[in-house]
Design a protein around this ligand. Structure first.
Ligand SMILES: Cc1cc2nc3c(=O)[nH]c(=O)nc-3n(C[C@H](O)[C@H](O)[C@H](O)COP(=O)(O)OP(=O)(O)OC[C@H]3O[C@@H](n4cnc5c(N)ncnc54)[C@H](O)[C@@H]3O)c2cc1C
Length: 417
């Protein structure tokens, strides 16, 4: 455990101490110190709102591999004061390269790099998740308005008239002004407070690793986000760790599921998948070791993301398939919006959370829908696959990216909106 002890005063806003000093307002409790939880705490701090993050793991996790950050995400990171630090370790791809994952044919080279940065006023980066997590965490540790506790799991919470009471796995009660549940895909708060059906397995598994760049086969482009589409699965790879490594993920159909982000993988599974891909990609896959997997899950219907003083954020609110690379981006957007809503009506948390829920609903559903469509397109077979390839080669390359202006141009609402 780290940081000062949790407050247990249900009084809410600033109150006198009897010594002439004022006590700070009761803080916002955040379940989960992943990407969304840390970003939410930092966004709250920009509005001078104190928060207390309770993270289940004994230490902040360095697990994970690559995570893509479109301009919508890097814009939020800049507003949190995290972009400069992350810039040192982020991958800065210049192009999106699309390949047919059966023949190996190159279908498109669409611009990223300075072109997308100029278009949207924010860059397209590809980061190792641990670098993103560390950049957020370092910034949170510098911030006196943020308290961090590790090794404690929030199991459930109850709304009261002026506050919430959350219960941890040790049986401790924490009183706070509100609870933001950023406790990820398998959110305990979502299950216990939002009456949602269990997650469903999407019959697909993501296998991932990182490879040192000096071990990359010659034909693999280093400065690209590369996408290889095939009926049995697809692969994506991009630079991370300032180009010293390449993150690689393959997504394959699978019958059985497992829980967790980093389950070890039998090398035979990757070897068998590699045989079905073209030679250049196969050579790359063969360089990978220490493969880890996570099973893709979804919710039949995302829950209403707010109930009085309890709100869901990031994967807890809306698990998305990774085919548009927006899981991290949506969590960062949520963080900026929930903090702006709380700053707008600081004395009325239920109103702030209702506005947050309304603001985010359409956006997260649109992103989830676009991700599902991409997954369908990537795995087309037969004539449909050929028609897809022909269409991609005929579209002006820039249009592949400008088709996502609605996604990348997103900005957090300002006070004047
Ligand atoms: C270990 C790990 C590795 C990952 N690797 C990748 C990757 O390689 N590529 C990728 O695209 N995405 C990865 N993700 C997922 C990615 O971070 C999220 O999809 C996305 O960033 C949305 O962030 P989030 O904050 O909603 O969830 P997450 O980033 O998953 O954060 C949730 C946090 O809540 C904590 N937590 C869970 N339950 C509780 C609880 N009851 N009480 C308190 N704390 C709790 C978790 O330990 C975690 O730190 C990984 C997530 C984790 C946790």
């Amino acid at each position: 455990m780290m940081g000062r002890p949790a407050q247990n005063d249900p009084q809410g806003m600033t109150t006198g101490t009897g010594t002439g000093q004022t006590r700070p307002p009761l803080e916002i409790l955040i379940a989960g110190g992943g990407i969304g939880g840390l970003a939410a705490a930092l966004a709250l701090a920009t509005h001078k709102i104190p928060s207390h993050i309770v993270e289940k793991r004994a230490a902040f996790s360095e697990d994970g591999a690559g995570i893509q950050l479109g301009p919508n995400a890097t814009r939020v990171l800049a507003s949190l004061g995290v972009a400069e630090a992350l810039s040192l370790s982020a991958g800065k791809p210049k192009t999106l390269c699309i390949f047919d994952g059966v023949s190996g044919a190159a279908l498109a080279h669409a611009p990223l790099g300075s072109w997308i940065s100029n278009r949207h006023g924010a860059p397209y980066w590809t980061a190792h998740r641990k670098d993103l997590q560390s950049a957020l965490l370092e910034r949170a540790r510098e911030e006196p308005l943020i308290e961090l506790t590790t090794g404690s799991t929030i199991l459930t919470a109850m709304n009261q008239a002026q506050h919430i009471v959350a219960t941890t796995h040790e049986g401790r009660n924490i009183t706070a002004r509100a609870l933001i549940a950023a406790d990820g895909l398998w959110s305990a708060v979502r299950s216990s407070c939002f009456n949602t059906p269990p997650l469903s397995f999407m019959s697909k598994t993501a296998y991932r690793t990182v490879i040192e760049s000096d071990r990359l086969p010659d034909n693999i482009e280093r400065d690209c986000v590369s996408l290889w589409m095939a009926p049995h699965g697809h692969a994506v790879h991009y630079p991370v760790s300032a180009g010293r490594e390449m993150a690689l993920v393959i997504i394959l159909d699978e019958a059985s599921s497992s829980k967790g982000w980093s389950e070890p993988v039998e090398p035979a599974i990757i070897a068998s998948a590699a045989r079905k891909f073209p030679r250049d990609l196969r050579a790359l896959l063969e360089q990978g070791s220490d493969w880890r997997k996570w099973s893709l899950h979804g919710l039949p219907k995302p829950p209403t993301a707010a109930k009085e003083r309890i709100a869901l954020l990031g994967d807890a609110a809306h698990p998305v398939l990774p085919f548009l690379a927006q899981g991290g981006g949506l969590a960062l957007e949520d963080a900026a919006v929930i903090a702006a809503c709380l700053a707008e009506t600081p004395d009325d948390v239920p109103q702030a959370f209702a506005t947050y829920e309304k603001t985010r609903k359409r956006r997260s559903r649109r992103v989830a829908h676009a991700s599902r469509i991409n997954g369908h397109i990537y795995h087309l077979n037969g004539l449909a696959r050929r028609a897809r390839n022909r269409a991609i080669t005929m579209i002006p390359a820039k249009r592949i990216i400008t088709g996502y202006d609605w996604l990348y141009a997103w900005r957090a609402p300002s006070a004047s909106d």
